[in-house]
Design a protein around this ligand. Structure first.
Ligand code: BEZ
Length: 304
């Protein structure tokens, strides 16, 4: 006796007719009748009242029907639990440029984790050049970064252009410019840029931004990372330009002032292998957009 015999029997009981059951099961009626006869022979029991119209199970047939329903339900449950629990665990490794950790990155990845419970997600901090090599070698699957690096094997998806702000000590006059200032207003200040290695990086982007406006800042200090840069601003060493989302980093006496120049933005990219169009990547992009929507952040949705 196989599960299919139970299914056939259940269909005949429920349809009260061999003809209707055969239609429901998409088989011809003679083989269905034969299968039920074989079942009765195997069980040594008569399962249907002979000549009854509509067809009725016997007392033992009713008992067999109840048990068959339980067995079929158990088999279904066994199948779905095994498929669910036995799914091969996939790992998605996401790299990120350091400063993104102080912005939306944790929220995006947390949301993505909740929405992909079967996926193991690993995060690694990497600079822009390391990200490209690691992607090409398959050590990571996706990266978030700010640096424009082109490579034939890599695709870069622009998620948004994030406004820039100036971090300044609260005692400095420009800390009062709540309405915003332009790059020309800070070109003669001591500017603390980050990171110091390797190039291209956010610090090279900032130098490029000044040149775009024909400005050439002279007093530059380049430090290791954003925490160091902001700590130095809080200590009164100078000013620092940061993406708006980094304003979550707070020090005593540290203020943030918007930069009003149109080009004073920093891109946020999702960087992938050229041939990667997996559903996980689609879901990751969707998590980014969900966070943008929650934060009322403007962006142009890409179709992936
Ligand atoms: C963003 O700030 O736009 C961002 C940061 C990390 C991941 C995705 C988006």
């Amino acid at each position: 006796m196989e599960l299919r015999h139970l299914r056939y029997f259940v269909a005949v009981v429920e349809e009260q007719s061999f003809t209707k059951a055969a239609e429901k099961l998409f088989i011809a009626q003679p083989p269905l009748s034969r299968q039920i006869q074989n079942l009765e022979t195997e069980l040594g029991a008569q399962l249907f009242e002979r000549g009854s119209r509509p067809l009725q199970p016997t007392v033992i047939g009713r008992f067999f029907y109840q048990q068959a329903l339980k067995l079929l339900a158990n088999a279904e449950q066994l199948k779905s639990i095994t498929i669910r629990e036995g799914r091969i665990e996939r790992t998605l490794t996401i790299a990120f440029g350091g400063s993104l950790l102080f912005g939306l990155l944790p929220r995006v990845v947390y949301l993505f984790r909740q929405q992909q419970p079967h996926l193991k997600i690993k995060m690694v901090k990497m600079n822009a050049m390391q990200q490209i090599d690691a992607l090409k070698e398959g050590r990571i699957d996706a990266c978030f970064g700010r640096v424009r690096i082109s490579d034939p094997d890599i695709k870069r998806i622009l998620l948004r252009e994030e406004p820039l702000m100036v971090a300044v000590h609260s005692s400095h006059a420009i800390a009062q410019r709540k309405e915003g200032l332009s790059l020309a207003d800070i070109v003669d200040e001591t500017l603390i840029l980050y990171p110091n290695l390797p190039k291209p990086s956010f610090s090279t982007q900032m130098k490029g931004l000044f040149s775009e406006y024909g400005l050439n800042p002279q007093n530059l200090t380049v430090v290791e990372d954003i925490q160091l840069a902001l700590g130095m601003v809080a200590a009164g060493e100078g000013l620092c330009i940061v993406p708006e989302s980094a304003t979550t980093m707070q020090f005593k006496h540290l203020e943030y002032v918007p930069i009003i120049d149109d080009a004073a933005v920093s891109p946020v990219f999702l960087i992938l292998r050229n041939n990667d169009e997996s559903d996980y990547i689609r879901a990751l992009i969707d998590s980014v957009y969900q966070v943008y929507d929650l934060e009322a952040i403007k962006y142009d949705r890409i179709i992936f």
